[in-house]
Design a protein around this ligand. Structure first.
Ligand code: UD1
Ligand code: UDP
Length: 340
């Protein structure tokens, strides 16, 4: 019998679909949008019961996105799935959904309905288009459903399921506590933070001035700025290559707190009860703000909030008692039951 086919292409997509695709024993079409070993193979380990099929095309990397959609279409025709499942807001999410739609294949869309309100953000455009194309939108939170209703998406096409992230941590036995070491964990990859060297380096200057040891786990998008050793004078900042999932989660758990513009890291830090500062102007997860994390819109705010966390005067110190917002392990069953 034909089954739903997952389409994924980046590190967070592999992570977030892993437990659901394992549960359904489905195939995963991996598009190769991310291509470095540490962004791809490191995470294939999470895929245990399902089978990974590689697209085997260079067209995304070459910037030939129309050809890339055609490559996905050809694979869909070969595999002939009962439906597709896309997740998140990447270009793979969009192109996977477009390829499926053009072949009349039904689309399940996980993590639907998040909105940043910034239409200049490529991911916001991807989210809006894919939620319109989807036959069933799975939302993490009631606020996401509200966003979809405001865009006139039919209520019958919306299901509040919760997020798959909790299950990824629990099924990989990553929920236990580590002792706190004395360092702050940092990740940065959003274009608004890292695409201009000046912006990135002023952020690093501020982070360095917090005065604690900083473990900065880098993303390939910023490698071009780090090759010339120009970060050497930031004497508190220790650069690390991208980590595998287990090592990275252990870093979250053993850190004092996290500074990150990553969506996935926000969810994991909340589940692991680790305070997080988001160096951005907006967030797609506003319901978490001032409960699990704080939006720091300027370098000055970042420095002030960091100092409060170090002194223990931040209200985020009560994070252990807060109710999680996106569900727990039951989410996998809830999605599996409804999937088209
Ligand atoms: C993509 C997603 C973003 C997601 C992020 C997760 C889009 C538009 N963006 O951003 O929503 O949060 O993944 O990490 O889909 N690169 C490498 N090796 C890799 C991957 C990327 O060198 O394995 C470099 C390349 O120079 C590439 C650049 O990073 O051109 C950007 O990669 P891309 O996949 O387009 O976007 P990300 O910044 O990774
Ligand atoms: N992650 C990882 N190793 C790293 C950095 C991040 O395993 O070196 C994981 C992290 O735990 C989270 C996901 O990758 O699950 C987040 O990916 P990213 O920040 O690239 O994307 P986003 O979630 O912002 O789309």
């Amino acid at each position: 019998m034909n089954k739903p086919l997952f389409i994924a292409g980046t590190r967070p997509e592999i992570i977030k679909i892993s437990t659901l695709s394992n549960y359904l024993k489905s195939k995963i079409l991996f598009t190769g949008q991310h291509f470095d070993k540490e962004m791809t193979e490191f995470f294939f380990k999470l895929i245990k019961e399902s089978k990974l099929v590689e697209l085997g095309s260079d067209n995304y990397k070459q910037g030939s996105h129309e050809l890339f959609i055609n490559d996905i279409k050809r694979k869909l025709e070969d595999i002939n799935p009962s439906s597709v499942v896309v997740q998140g807001d990447t270009n793979t999410t969009l192109y996977g959904a477009l390829a499926a739609k053009s072949l009349g294949i039904k689309i399940n869309y996980i993590e639907s309905g998040m909105r940043s309100g910034d239409i200049n953000q490529i991911e916001e455009i991807n989210r809006i288009i894919v939620s319109g194309l989807a036959d069933l939108n799975f939302c993490n939170h009631k606020n996401n459903k509200e966003n979809l209703l405001m865009e006139n998406i039919n209520e019958k096409k919306i299901c509040i399921s919760g997020s798959t992230v909790y299950s990824v941590l629990s099924e990989n036995n990553l929920m236990n506590k580590n002792k706190n070491d004395k360092f702050i964990l940092v990740t940065l990859h959003r274009p608004e933070n890292v695409d201009e060297k000046e912006k990135l380096f002023s952020l690093l200057e501020t982070i360095n001035s917090i005065g604690e040891k900083i473990t900065f786990v880098t993303h390939p998008r910023i490698q071009k700025f780090l090759d010339d050793n120009s970060t050497e004078h930031y004497n508190n900042i220790y650069l690390e290559k991208p980590k595998n999932y287990f090592d990275f989660i252990n870093l979250i758990k053993s850190s004092l707190f996290v500074i990150s513009d990553s969506g996935g890291v926000q969810e994991e830090s909340a589940i692991l009860r680790k305070p997080l500062l988001i160096p951005r102007k907006f967030t797609e997860r506003p319901e978490m703000l001032n409960i699990f994390n704080i939006l720091v819109k300027t370098n000055e705010e970042l420095l002030n909030e960091s100092k409060k966390l170090i002194k223990g005067t931040s209200f985020l110190k009560n994070i252990d008692n807060k109710k999680l917002l996106y569900g727990k392990a039951e989410v996998i069953d809830a999605i599996a039951k409804r999937i088209i």
